[in-house]
Design a protein around this ligand. Structure first.
Ligand code: BGC
Length: 584
């Protein structure tokens, strides 16, 4: 086995200084409010992350990505930011951030933070100023205000829907108490959209990116990277017209949508790239852009953000043909863009993959952002009958054991792919979606704005179980901010640690091997003669085989270094992945 290009050969300082560190990084997403609660107030915090650095180190991840930890009223789980250059006092202080960053870096773990540029919160000082200022003022021009239609401006400027449901426009009361203008919010009404044509907005985000880069942040995850640029010239198209012009649910492929994926947004990223490249190593960025695959490369180009999420696997059933096609296509797209590919099954916006794969095929599509990011800007994808699956599907259809087995097989396959692996907290424990949250305890705006038709994203954001006992299964000394189900105790970190075959040990082993085995970014498909079995090899003799079928499959010759489940008489059983290193 060739080890010449593996990360295991680099010293920690070489690894940290490597400008290409991100290309094949395993990045672990932390949803800070639900990771670990150090002060016992029921909410995870930055000190909690610092306390768990040894856990992250042992897990073997190269980087963490932190969902927003900025001051926020949590109208959208922190994606409603009051102040981009501070820490939410409920989560800590800037000093806590520095301490956390130092601890992570010392452990050889890079830090990626979330930047939310499409909108601020309605508590941002600029939005408050806009409300208090007259129509046409410079303060209003930082956001998107328009007069309403109708005789007295009582109708919204267009008939578009927001992604969380309800109109995209909200009417304000003018400072003199009269009903006034309307402002645009693609998401919740507490998330007013910035006007990116205003140079002050551009300047301010450069300042924010510099602020965190100077504090040692290594990279950025750009929220709704395909938003920001807008063409609201009159007449604004009707939502049915937009729907008719969209390519299914994949959006527009010509950049002509009034607020999604417009070409002008790349001017902003070109400017950001210059800033990123002033640092050594250059700061990285990954775009969250739910765009047609033909348009992804622009976000991922070296002159732009440098990398973009592909959510194709996340939206696929557990299916050999579909996985193979997606992997093949995305490796081509990544090469074209100059980036490495990204792979992801779960995040804070979608139903966890251990649940998706335990549901009948065809319905196991993710909801959450998938629904929320409806690219047509007209109706949530969920209304097509897929996204709201968890609300509609009888839970007895969920096969918990099958879901976990497939999730483990899929994750082991993902960790073998060339490119960056984005993992979401709790998947390494085999957690599935929590569906039993009472309506009264739900927090997600998509639940409220859709009047409960979509149950929203709280089920993947429930605080982690660290121990099988305690008021919140070791999450903290208090009651967790979202209720944890009783079955969480069986998935606690402490009961999986050191237990061979546990999901945690599977991830640890795979991540460790990934570092040793990883060579270059090539992948070669090996013909298996069975359409239900995928086999690919990475240079250096590392083979990955996944059995999506029902019959056990003969593995290639070599040593099985890890498998997602026990082998059956040396064969690879259904819903299982194995990594095989060919004997020298
Ligand atoms: C984030 C979501 C958030 C939305 C609005 C997304 O894509 O991942 O959690 O609700 O952006 O900021």
């Amino acid at each position: 086995m060739s080890t010449s290009a593996t990360k295991a050969n680099l010293s920690l300082s070489e690894r940290m200084a490597d400008p290409k560190w991100w290309r094949q990084a395993a990045v672990y997403q932390i949803y800070p409010r639900s990771f670990y609660d150090e002060n016992g107030d029921g909410l995870g915090d930055l000190k909690g992350i610092t306390a768990k650095v040894p856990y992250l180190k042992e897990l073997g991840v190269d980087a963490v990505w932190l969902s927003p930890f900025y001051p926020s009223a949590l109208a959208d789980g922190g994606y409603d930011v009051d102040d981009y250059r501070d820490v939410d006092p409920k989560l800590g202080t800037l000093a806590d951030f520095d301490e956390m960053a130092a601890a992570l870096h010392e452990a050889g773990i890079k830090i990626v933070v979330d930047i939310v540029p499409n909108h601020s919160s309605d508590r941002h000082e600029w939005f408050k100023e806009a409300l208090a200022s007259p129509k046409g003022s410079a303060a209003r021009d930082r956001y998107i205000f328009r007069d309403g239609k109708g005789e007295n401006g009582e109708l919204p400027p267009s008939d578009w829907d927001s992604v969380f449901g309800g109109p995209i426009w909200e009417r304000i009361t003018e400072p003199d108490g009269t009903p006034g203008q309307w402002y645009m919010h693609i998401f919740a009404k507490e998330q007013p959209d910035f006007n990116w044509e205003n140079p002050e907005i551009r300047e301010d985000f450069l300042k924010t990116l510099r602020f965190w880069s100077d504090r040692g942040v290594d990279g950025f995850r750009i929220d709704v990277a395909h938003g920001m640029a807008k063409d609201l010239s009159e007449p604004m198209p009707m939502k049915d017209d937009l729907l008719a012009r969209a390519h299914g649910t994949d959006g527009f492929i010509d950049g002509s949508h009034p607020f999604w994926d417009r070409d002008e947004v790349h001017e902003v990223y070109a400017e950001w790239r210059k800033l990123f490249n002033e640092y050594n190593p250059p700061r990285t960025a990954v775009a969250e852009a739910w765009v047609h695959e033909s348009r992804r490369a622009r976000y991922a180009s070296p002159e732009g953000l440098g990398q973009a999420f592909n959510f194709d696997l996340l939206q696929s059933d557990f299916d050999a043909e579909s996985f193979k096609q997606i992997i093949t296509d995305n490796l081509v797209h990544a090469k074209e863009s100059g980036a490495s590919s990204t792979w992801v099954f779960s995040n804070h916006d979608v139903v966890r993959h251990a649940t998706r794969y335990g549901l009948p095929k065809g319905g196991s599509v993710a909801q959450g952002t998938n629904a929320a990011q409806d690219v047509t800007g007209s109706k949530p994808k969920g209304q097509d009958g897929k996204g709201w699956l968890l609300a509609g599907a009888p839970q007895e259809e969920l096969d918990v054991e099958l879901g976990l087995r497939r999730a483990r097989a899929a994750s082991l396959l993902l960790l073998a792919l060339p490119g960056s692996a984005y993992l979401y907290q709790g998947e390494e424990l085999g957690l599935r979606e929590v569906t039993e949250i009472p309506d009264s305890e739900r927090q997600d705006p998509s639940f409220f704005r859709n009047k409960g038709v979509e149950i929203g994203r709280d089920g993947c954001r429930v605080p982690l179980p660290w121990t099988p006992e305690g008021p919140s299964f070791g999450f903290g000394a208090g009651k967790a901010h979202l209720p944890q189900p009783e079955w969480f105790k069986d998935y606690a970190v402490s009961i999986q640690e050191g237990v061979e075959g546990s999901t945690l040990e599977l991830y640890r082993k795979a991540l460790g091997l990934r570092r040793q085995l990883q060579t270059d970014e090539e992948l070669e498909w090996v013909e298996t003669g069975n359409p239900e079995v995928l086999h690919f090899s990475r240079p250096g003799g590392w083979e990955t085989v996944t059995n999506f079928g029902t019959e056990a499959f003969e593995l290639p010759a070599g040593t099985v270094v890890v498998s997602s489940g026990p082998l059956e008489d040396g064969k690879l059983p259904a819903d299982t992945t194995a990594w095989v290193v060919r004997d020298a």
